[in-house]
Design a protein around this ligand. Structure first.
Ligand code: AR6
Length: 180
């Protein structure tokens, strides 16, 4: 599914974040930036040691913040590493922190002149954020960014599995119909 917003495109695809040809891909990292499982493991495996070396030099990343490295052996030129919140009960600032992770990643991409960014569904794996709620926050952040800025031309969400894609598609349809 793909929609145009202002001068940009918001697209939803099923797939593997490491295979994306966007200028930047976003990693669902942890505070240490030393790698892990899920998206983080896949990105470091595909990106190679250079990505980890740069992460170690940076030293760490706060929850909701974002940092950038090169893409190493990936097709993407850059990896933006962001840290989503660990979900407890939704009452510990998790929505705001998740929103910050998307917004700070987009701001960082913009500051580097990056025109296309692919995101995974941050916090919805090991960090346990309920998928539907996370989809709403992720999509709202991307929609707001594209409405307010024209520098980033493509924001793509890369969902792991058909079910996750369907949840995002349903949420995007709801958000678009509310807006019109
Ligand atoms: N491409 C796209 N999406 C993926 C891929 C992939 N290759 N692999 C998994 N997903 P997670 P988190 C989906 O756990 O919840 C790591 O250990 C997955 O189905 O990668 O933010 C870090 O080091 C899920 O929907 O990230 C942290 O410690 C989503 O990506 C912690 O996990 C995110 O799942 C971060 O947890």
């Amino acid at each position: 599914m793909e929609i145009n917003i202002n001068k940009g495109t918001l697209s939803l695809v099923e797939g593997d974040i490491t295979r994306q040809d966007t200028e930047a891909i976003v990693n669902a990292a942890n505070n240490s930036l030393r790698g892990g499982g899920g998206v983080d493991g896949a990105i470091h495996r595909a990106g190679g040691p250079r990505v980890l070396e740069e992460c170690i030099k940076i030293g760490g990343c706060g929850t909701g913040e974002a940092v950038i490295t090169t893409g190493g052996n990936l097709s993407a030129k850059y990896v933006i590493h962001t840290v989503g919140p660990i979900y407890r009960d939704g009452l510990h600032n998790e929505p705001r922190l998740l929103e910050n992770a998307y917004n700070n990643s987009l701001k960082l991409a913009s500051s580097k002149g990056i025109k296309s960014v692919a995101f995974p569904s941050i916090s919805t794996g090991a960090y346990g954020y309920p998928l539907e709620a996370a989809a709403g926050i992720a999509l709202n952040a991307a929609i707001s960014y594209l409405r307010g800025h024209t520098d980033i031309e493509l924001v793509r969400f890369v969902l792991f599995g058909k079910k996750a894609l369907e949840v995002y598609e349903k949420k995007l349809k709801e958000l678009v119909s509310q807006a019109s």
